[in-house]
Design a binder for this molecule. Structure first.
Ligand SMILES: *Cc1c(COP(=O)(O)O)cnc(C)c1O
Length: 373
């Protein structure tokens, strides 16, 4: 018997999640309403922040954050060289300049010390990413942002539930941004959340999200050139329902990760490293293959074995648009990001997988490594 194909990702929608969304659809409430409000309140309470604002996706949230902070042409925003491309695209979209900083090869996160070296008089903001679901050195990064008077926007798209010490990511910066895409831990299809402890910034975001509208004495005023970046209520119903078991989902992912740690034995595969004082929320279980192994062949052969894998994140300055525009020598300036992009591999890790599935994946990784090196 051919074993079933294991995809790289698969959202875990339970019947009650779908039912919750359908119920909202039946009510005829197809735009933003009570479900969105309820989810915002739930997330704000969970993360211990004053405000959470939902939006149509985790790129819209970053885009609005930059607009709300007045970041634009002439400004520089420091971001990691390794991330999902959206982290850089939003900086370009507001006309500012992304300044790439290489990542730590052990955590795939940007380091506070390297950020400090990239600051100059044009720097306006730092936008660290909590890559693959692990918190960056966010307390240290916050200290630096304060020392130089910079805005701090956490791209926590992958990292809902990740902590440094006793504090959740998304609670450190002027803004924290989360994604609800199906490749993240809970999903509304498309969706995003922006968090902040600043009520004025939150108000600005709510206005930007909804065409720049402010209601005064029951009358509409259009006070800003806003977006339509709203989330719908049936999408929010999906995540309201999933969030009821959020801690269980994280626990399950942790159990699966432990099986990978036990079963993947090969010295040619570098497993994720978790610094003390942090949890990992396992958006990806991201390993790095030895240079003797052709990563793309590895992905193809894993597929033949019925297992979906892929690279984990882009070395952004190495992608066509950024390569042409900035002409940075990635192997020289961002060796860690480039290597993580070229030799990195995300393995399946999600609630639906069984411990046997993960043992099977690990077994195939071990076999293939020996075959290909
Ligand atoms: C997923 C992701 C985004 C974009 O989120 P979307 O909801 O897909 O727009 C941004 N940054 C990082 C680091 C991501 O992983």
């Amino acid at each position: 018997m051919v074993p079933k194909f294991i995809p790289l990702g698969s959202p875990d929608l339970q019947p009650q999640d779908v039912e919750a969304a359908v119920e909202v659809m039946r009510s005829g409430m197809l735009v933003q309403g009570e479900q969105v409000k309820a989810f915002e309140d739930t997330i704000a309470a969970y993360l211990g922040v004053k405000q959470a604002i939902c939006a149509s996706n985790g790129t819209a949230t970053l885009h609005m954050a930059l607009v709300a902070l007045g970041i634009g042409p002439g400004d520089e925003v420091i971001i990691p060289a390794l991330s999902y491309i959206a982290t850089a695209n939003v900086v370009e979209l507001v006309g500012a300049t992304p300044i790439f900083v290489d990542v730590d090869p052990d955590t795939f996160n940007i380091k506070a010390h390297d950020i400090e070296g990239a600051i100059n008089s044009r720097t306006k903001a730092i936008m660290p990413v909590h890559e693959f679901g692990l918190a960056a050195e966010i307390s240290l990064i916050r200290e630096i942002s304060r020392k130089y008077g910079l805005f701090l926007i956490e791209d926590a798209a992958c990292a809902l539930g990740a902590k440094e010490g006793s504090h959740f990511v998304g609670s450190f910066g002027h803004f924290g941004s989360f994604s609800l895409h199906p490749r993240k831990t809970i999903s509304s299809g498309e969706g995003g959340i922006l968090t902040t402890n600043d009520d004025d910034l939150a108000e600005t975001i709510r206005i930007l999200r909804n065409h720049g509208i402010v209601y005064k004495d029951g009358k509409m005023s259009f006070v800003a050139a806003g977006f339509n970046y709203r989330l719908t209520d049936f999408q929010a119903a999906l995540v309201n329902s999933q969030f009821l078991r959020f801690d269980e989902i994280l626990k399950k992912k942790q159990q699966l990760a432990e099986i990978y740690y036990q079963e993947i034995k090969d010295a040619l595969i570098k497993l994720p490293n978790i610094p003390a004082g942090k949890n990992h929320t396992w958006q990806s279980f991201h390993v790095v293959l030895d240079d003797s192994i052709d990563r793309d062949v590895f992905i193809t052969k894993m597929k033949e074995r019925g297992i979906g894998t892929n690279y984990g994140a882009q070395c952004i300055p190495y992608q066509e648009y950024y390569k042409k525009k900035y002409q940075l020598n990635c192997s020289l300036v961002f060796p860690n990001a480039l290597r993580a992009f070229q030799q990195g591999l995300a393995l399946p890790i999600y609630e639906k997988l069984t411990e046997d599935d993960v043992a099977r994946i690990a077994h195939n990784v071990n076999e293939l490594t020996n075959e290909l090196c």
